[in-house]
Design a protein around this ligand. Structure first.
Ligand code: ADE
Length: 237
């Protein structure tokens, strides 16, 4: 069976993917054939017998740079169809967010290259990838955790992933709002009570309460999201 979405990940550290892929929902999705994840060791595609994948930068300066040939050879081994996102994970990329996750989830296949060391030969950017993604403004030791973040966020949007389409809605009450507070049993613990409205059984009031909590949280915690909603006229500034 061909999975709904196939990920090809190129990395110098394939072992970093073992446990995340073998746990929880990603494991279940793989077992059920919803996603297919192939991890490729860039070192296997090195051109010399010492399997060198990095070298000193032209022009001098510290650190090492990932070589272009092993990455090119690894990509060439994959038979990548036109239109497939070929992504370099790098702090210099566009910032990953939910709309980008949604867009990627519409593809049948996604290729991701995990950068390392001080950087990647610029020719990888210029000629081999068609997209660069950062997961946020901080520097990781390599692109592997970023690839896992992207894979996780994209996978849960693939139909059938959770076996429950309803809970795969974005974790926002309304597009662009933060999640409202959630509670489960018991109704009281150490004197900490669940808000009365949630126990009331009044569905209309519950919806109104959740909405107003989402709005309050977003206004208090995320002025950036709030400003965007106000611009679109979805809330009163
Ligand atoms: N590699 C190192 N830091 C990164 C980041 N923030 N996002 C994506 N890839 C990275």
């Amino acid at each position: 069976m061909t999975a709904a979405l196939r990920f090809d990940i190129l990395t110098l550290f394939p072992g970093m993917f073992d446990s995340p892929l073998d746990s929880s929902l990603l494991r279940r999705a793989r077992e059920r054939g919803i996603i297919d994840v192939r991890v490729h060791d860039i070192r296997q595609f090195a051109v010399d017998r010492h399997r060198v994948t990095d070298d000193a930068p032209y022009g001098g300066g510290g650190g090492m740079v990932m070589k272009v040939e092993p990455i090119d050879r690894a990509l060439a081994s994959l038979d990548i169809e036109e239109g497939t996102p070929v992504i370099l994970l790098t702090p210099q990329g566009e910032t990953f967010n939910q709309p980008l996750a949604r867009e990627l989830a519409s593809h049948r296949r996604i290729v991701m290259i995990c950068g390392h060391y001080e950087g990647v030969d610029e020719r990888v950017r210029l000629y081999l990838v068609n997209r660069e993604i950062s997961i946020g403004d901080y520097i990781l030791t390599g692109g592997e955790p970023a690839a896992l973040v992207v894979m996780d966020a994209v996978s849960r949007l693939v139909p059938g992933f959770l076996g429950n389409e309803d809970s795969s809605r974005d974790d926002s009450f309304m597009e662009g709002l933060l999640e409202y507070p959630q509670y489960t049993r018991p109704a009281e613990y150490r004197g900490w009570r669940v808000p009365e409205v949630l126990l009331s059984g009044n569905h209309r009031e519950i919806i109104a309460w959740r909405r107003s909590e989402s709005i309050r949280r977003t206004r208090e915690r995320r002025p950036d999201l709030w400003a965007r909603l106000a611009e679109k006229g979805e809330v009163d500034s």
